[in-house]
Design a protein around this ligand. Structure first.
Ligand code: SAH
Length: 399
């Protein structure tokens, strides 16, 4: 048979997966775990390969990782002859989606990995600066990076593009060590705006890509109900606190990170707000405050992900229970609790259950005012449950 002129690696290199792996793909998921890979002969780390079942039936095209437990991330149900074109099309589609659905901000997620059919790629826009994270061998490959940076430059014309590196991910994917830095341009700082509130942004500082954009719509929602004296626990650079300040008589933000609080203070000045920032371990502070009888009208709890895996779920639930119990105790009648969890492993029902138990322990009645999730620029793909991770409950607390 004559060779097709466009024959590329995906046409010739095959990953064979078990029937359990195939069933997972049939259900619409895009991951296949290493334990379900039957054969990966000749498939190089971070390359494109066709995926078949054990009998050789074609199931789609994937990006392969030789290190991660998630060995296969599907990129198409079709054969792929031009990966660069596919990446460019997907990035443009992701940008068009945001143009339709994102409002009131110049800071939002442009590419949300699996949620945008670009597994392993995160791109955030912070006004005129873009910040990306490559989370897999395939996305980190030189040719892929080049295509992505070139498409982002053409489509968004940013002043600068920064790369943020998480050492834990490099380790998981067995990628060479490197540090965060500017990939293009020389601008590292800008000012972003969300719901009319302004924040300093520094492309090379802070956690994740710099801000927690997934909470953007929850800030505005929290502000709708907030009043009186407010406490923002795990405040980072003041996302909730600054939104609450317009509606509350007094706002206090608590975090264990001094650099985060210093930036929070600069953000307060930028918006001409007076906010008290306290550097403390939230667990200790809530224990002290609740036992000494402090009272608030509005409390926000937005801790880091306690459950990084299923194994740590019980400990995570205990952590959430303790935080929420202390907060409920401190809320005056008619108070508002905004309680968040960003662990995918903690289900929405489990999270509400834990808070309900806490409310029963302290004899407070709660009503669910809003049951919210991540901002809409972090699109949820129902067949990939991991794309849904943030819970944000707004609760009214009676006597
Ligand atoms: N609410 C923030 C995001 C919070 S991220 C926003 O909307 O931007 C979680 C924060 O918890 C981080 O800033 C981290 O520094 C802080 N943190 C982690 N462990 C902590 C602890 N034990 N006590 C206080 N803060 C903690």
């Amino acid at each position: 048979m004559p060779q097709r002129p466009d024959l590329n690696i995906a046409d010739s290199i095959t990953l064979k997966i078990s029937s359990r792996g195939a069933a997972r793909l049939k259900a619409g998921h895009v991951w296949v775990y290493r334990s379900d890979v039957v054969a990966a002969d000749g498939v190089l780390p971070g390359t494109l390969a066709r995926v078949t079942d054990e009998r050789g039936k074609f199931l789609g095209t994937a990006l392969y990782s030789s290190a991660s437990q998630i060995a296969i991330r599907m990129i198409s149900s079709e054969p792929v002859s031009d990966l660069a074109k596919l990446l460019r099309d997907r990035i443009r589609a992701a940008i068009a989606y945001r143009e339709r659905i994102v409002r009131d901000t110049d800071a939002y997620r442009i590419v949300f990995s699996e949620g945008d059919f670009l597994p392993g790629l995160i791109v955030d826009r912070y006004n005129d600066i873009l910040s990306f994270q490559m989370l897999t061998q395939a996305m980190d490959a030189a040719s892929t990076r080049k295509t992505i940076v070139s498409e982002l430059t053409n489509s968004m014309t940013p002043a600068a593009i920064a790369e943020r590196v998480e050492p834990r991910i490099l380790e998981l994917e067995q990628l060479p060590a490197k540090s965060s830095g500017l990939i293009q341009g020389d601008k590292t700082g800008t000012v972003i705006s969300m719901n009319g509130v302004r924040f300093h942004y520094d492309a090379l500082e802070g956690q994740k890509t710099g801000a927690f954009l997934d909470q953007r719509e929850n800030y505005a929602a929290a502000a709708r109900y907030a009043r009186g004296e407010a406490l923002d626990v795990f405040c980072y650079q003041g996302g909730f606190a600054l939104h609450l300040a317009a509606h509350c008589s007094r706002v206090t933000g608590v975090d264990s990170s001094r650099p985060a609080l210093e930036q929070a203070d600069r953000n307060a000045a930028l918006n001409s707000r007076e906010i008290e920032w306290i550097e403390a371990n939230a667990f200790d502070l809530l224990k002290d405050y609740s036992t000494s009888g402090r009272k608030y009208d509005t409390i926000v709890l937005d801790p880091p992900a306690f459950a990084k895996s299923k194994r740590t779920l019980d400990t995570a639930l205990r952590g959430y229970k303790e935080l929420n119990l202390r907060a409920l105790k401190m809320l005056r009648p008619g108070g508002i609790l905004i309680s968040c969890s960003c662990s995918h492993h903690v289900g929405r029902a489990d999270f509400l259950e834990v808070i309900t138990q806490a409310s029963q322990d302290v004899h407070r009645t709660i009503h669910v005012v809003e049951n919210r999730g991540q901002a809409r620029d972090h699109p949820i793909l129902p067949t990939v449950p991991e794309t849904s991770y943030l819970k944000c409950l707004i609760l009214h607390v009676s006597a």
